[in-house]
Design a protein around this ligand. Structure first.
Ligand SMILES: NC(=O)c1ccc[n+]([C@@H]2O[C@H](COP(=O)([O-])OP(=O)(O)OC[C@H]3O[C@@H](n4cnc5c(N)ncnc54)[C@H](OP(=O)(O)O)[C@@H]3O)[C@@H](O)[C@H]2O)c1
Length: 300
């Protein structure tokens, strides 16, 4: 079975490796899309079986456009460090007559982000302007930006939301009671597939989805309950994290992004989840996710 965008047989091109890519490929295959993955010529990553593979050096609009011929949609899951290349990919998509471009967003709402994080994600923000202009100027071309909050199940494993599973240590920022949004990788894949199945409702929009709205303290309580033990808690101040981020950025160290995220997500009173506003979960028919089950799976 194949689903369609604007009643045309749908196929998709995407970067299909890395942290998010495989979940996206899986969700698109599961939804019945024909998937072709773009991957670098010298990439060591492998693409999930079921997707076709197209090797590229991303060197010119023409060669990428050749790869995009006949595709209805392009989903970019390019690495943050490679986001500067997306402009060429957009130009190639337009040249090839692609109907929908989904840029590599998949994080905090970059339409409202502030401070040092905004500087680091400048390429994502700049591309939104490029896409809006391209949609105005090219009939048939459209885009959808998708903000997901933190990668949640991935973040639990790599420690990006403050928890170290191997050492059972929680780093709690400020009070730990500030609500933030997060999405599991498979859920993000499903959101992308659903956007492509709802082309009209999602055209030329920046939407937000999330598996959960939660707090660090709620996650900690569930981790303790599910692991059957008390965790070591380290309390930190988001103001200190922001300061550290500024120091790192001043010396050109972009790992500062992680430090800037702490106040934006966990800072007392910052209202990260409130600022996200209306989620599109329901409109996209996304499944209800279970926080406890996600935590149990991460611990297993
Ligand atoms: N919300 C969150 O918590 C969170 C966390 C992480 C990432 N993100 C966002 O999600 C998106 C995808 O991130 P990710 O972590 O999945 O990316 P990633 O794993 O770092 O990289 C994805 C793919 O990009 C390709 N790539 C890497 N460097 C490249 C280069 N210099 N030129 C061309 N291609 C390159 C590689 O594909 P090949 O090897 O196949 O060529 C790689 O597998 C980004 O926008 C990122 O900012 C969000």
């Amino acid at each position: 079975m194949r689903h369609s965008i604007e009643n045309v047989e749908a196929t998709d091109k995407l970067q299909a490796t890395g942290n998010l890519g495989p979940a996206v490929v899986q969700a698109l295959l599961d939804a019945g899309f024909t998937v072709t993955a773009l991957t670098r010529i010298d990439s060591k990553s492998s693409v999930l079986p079921g997707a076709k593979v197209h090797k590229t050096d991303y060197s010119s609009i023409e060669t990428i456009a050749e790869a995009f011929k006949g595709q209805d949609a392009v989903v970019s899951t390019l690495a943050t460090a490679a986001l500067g290349q997306q402009q060429t990919i957009v130009d190639a998509a337009i040249k090839a007559g692609v109907k929908r471009f989904i840029p590599s967003e998949f994080g905090m709402d970059t339409t409202t982000i502030e401070g040092g994080a905004k500087k680091i994600l400048g390429a994502k923000i700049a591309l939104q302007g490029v896409l809006a202009k391209a949609a105005e100027e090219n009939k048939g071309f459209s885009w959808t930006g998708i903000s997901t909050g933190m990668f949640f199940d991935w973040g639990l494993k790599v420690g990006s939301i403050g928890f170290s599973l191997p050492t059972k240590t929680a780093t709690i920022w400020d009070s730990g009671d500030e609500p933030f949004t997060g999405s599991n990788l498979a859920f993000i894949g499903q959101a992308i597939a659903s956007v492509l199945k709802h082309p009209e409702e999602t055209a030329n929009k920046y939407i937000k989805v999330a598996s959960f709205v939660t707090t660090q303290n709620e996650v900690l309580a569930l981790l303790e309950e599910e692991s059957g033990t008390k965790w070591t808690v380290v309390n930190k101040k988001t103001a200190d994290s922001e300061k550290l981020g500024e120091e790192k950025l001043a010396r050109g160290d972009y790992s500062a992004f992680g430090d800037f995220l702490k106040p934006l997500l966990f800072g007392d009173g910052i209202g990260a989840a409130r600022k996200v506003g209306q989620l599109s979960n329901e409109e996209l028919g996304l499944p209800k996710e279970d926080l406890k089950k996600t935590i149990k799976a991460a611990l297993a």
